[in-house]
Ligand binder design. Structure first.
Ligand SMILES: C[S@@+](CC[C@H](N)C(=O)[O-])C[C@H]1O[C@@H](n2cnc3c(N)ncnc32)[C@H](O)[C@@H]1O
Length: 431
């Protein structure tokens, strides 16, 4: 069935705003839809898919659109809709527009020039090539320009993976176990899940497999004292609380009241009562000092460029400036230093990001080790063996979409040496 012409007009309007890159695309889209209650589910789906198709092919579409006619934004929308719903579903195309779209559809995008195929700002693509070499950089860029699958985590407090898979099949929703995360399911297609009894009862949460692996490698156990230092809306907190079987104490720190407030309803659904959300002012907050040297495991899921999530947020790369990466690096070092004070002798500290850039990953880990002789690196190969996760890694966890079908993630595990005394607290409360 063809879309109505007003869908194209709406797509043009929202795309124009999103391409200014002044706000995240998903925020702009949800505000736009909220203001247009008359748009139905199919129309919303087509507009959102069109916008994301343009973001994932911005370089190619911008270049190709120069060969078309009519207003710029209409040309981009037609190309986006071609990917989103197919040329046959587009209303009121002129014969020239149809022929033009057929030409675009027949272009093999793998044969485009690398600057167009990678669909990234030059500085970012150059960083990728420097890190991975050209061939792998292109494979990674291709994967980052492809939509992510929908992964679920089964809440072990409420269900097991096989039972959830069987219940989903009744819906009917087809899903397969994820290869690395023991409680993960990868759902075929993208069905709405919010109204499923499994979701309402807290038996499942939406979570990328890579994120699940990150929570797993902290190795949190029953009865332990654990801190999720950058808990945000609690994606990993929920996984950690369940891993601890709702025992011990799990502090969820964050500097954002708004993000922490999103954790509350998720906690209620999850059935966890061992989680204690704590709003902190910064990484040296006095609330943290009371716990210095007392914590078994600390997760620092640090604020980062978010480049590892480009499959979901393809606009991030166009909104970030290269200089922001260096600023991020300094912030990451400061947070990791603050969080390290919590760890007791023999305890573990995990530093993680959803980025694949060395500045935010290996470099931060190396600097931390160089300035904290009371910590040593625990090779990721050892951690993965402990957790029985079938992934081949060296010192660090480096998950990449073209290799592991997850978002891009990094993690390093540090252990505080047993003899080391808790960090002496300087009188720096007044900072
Ligand atoms: C990558 S996000 C965390 C995502 C979250 N762990 C999850 O799994 O959903 C990083 C978080 O760090 C928080 N943050 C930023 N600066 C911080 C600081 N100085 N101390 C603690 N948290 C901070 C941000 O508010 C943000 O929620």
């Amino acid at each position: 069935m063809r879309l109505s012409p007003m869908v194209l007009a709406n797509a043009e309007e929202v795309l124009r705003e999103i391409l200014r890159f002044t706000a995240p695309a998903d925020t702009t889209l949800s505000r736009f839809f909220k203001e247009r209650q008359r748009l139905g589910g199919r129309e919303r789906g087509a507009i959102a898919e069109c916008v994301y198709a343009v973001l994932r092919n911005k370089a190619f579409f911008t270049d190709f659109s120069a060969s078309g006619s009519g207003p710029d934004m209409r040309r981009l929308v037609l190309l986006g809709m071609m990917d989103a719903v197919g040329i046959g579903a587009l209303p009121s195309l002129s014969p020239e527009e149809s022929a033009w779209l057929e030409r675009a559809a027949n272009i093999d995008r793998k044969l485009l020039h690398k600057s167009m195929r990678s669909n990234m700002p030059k500085w970012l693509y150059e960083k990728l090539v420097a890190q991975y070499g050209e061939e792998e950089a292109l494979a990674l860029a291709d994967a980052l320009n492809t939509p992510a699958p929908l992964d679920l985590r089964v809440n072990a407090m409420k269900a097991d993976r096989d039972a959830v898979m069987a219940e989903l099949a009744q819906a009917p929703i087809a899903a397969d176990p994820t290869p690395y995360a023991p409680l993960g399911l990868r759902v075929h297609k993208k069905p709405a899940l919010q109204n499923l009894p499994l979701f309402k009862s807290g038996a499942i949460e939406v979570q990328d497999e890579g994120s699940q692996v990150l929570a797993q490698i902290l190795g949190a156990k029953r009865g332990e004292m654990v801190v999720d230092f950058c808990a945000g809306a609690g994606g990993k907190t929920l996984a950690l609380g369940a891993q601890m079987r709702n025992t011990g104490r799990l502090y969820a720190f964050d500097v954002s009241e708004k993000r922490l407030s999103k954790l509350k309803p998720r906690l209620a659904r999850s059935g966890l009562s061992n989680v204690h959300p704590v709003l902190i002012a910064h990484e040296r907050d006095a609330k943290i000092k009371r716990l210095a040297g007392k914590i078994d495991r600390v997760l620092v899921d640090a604020p980062c460029s978010g480049m590892g999530t480009l499959r979901r947020n393809p606009d991030v790369k166009w909104r970030q400036q290269e200089g922001a990466i260096a600023e991020m690096h300094d912030k990451q070092i400061a947070i990791l230093d603050g969080a390290s004070r919590l760890v007791k002798g023999g305890g573990r500290l995990v530093y993680a990001t959803c980025s694949f850039l060395n500045e935010e990953n290996d470099n931060v880990a190396a600097e931390f080790l160089a300035s904290h002789p009371d910590f040593e690196l625990v090779p990721m190969s050892k951690i993965l063996a402990e957790q029985k996760i079938a992934l081949e890694m060296g010192d660090y966890l480096k998950l990449l979409p073209h290799k592991h079908q997850t978002d891009g993630f990094f993690a390093a595990v540090f252990e505080r040496k047993k003899m080391a005394k808790p960090a002496k607290e300087e009188s720096d409360d007044a900072e």
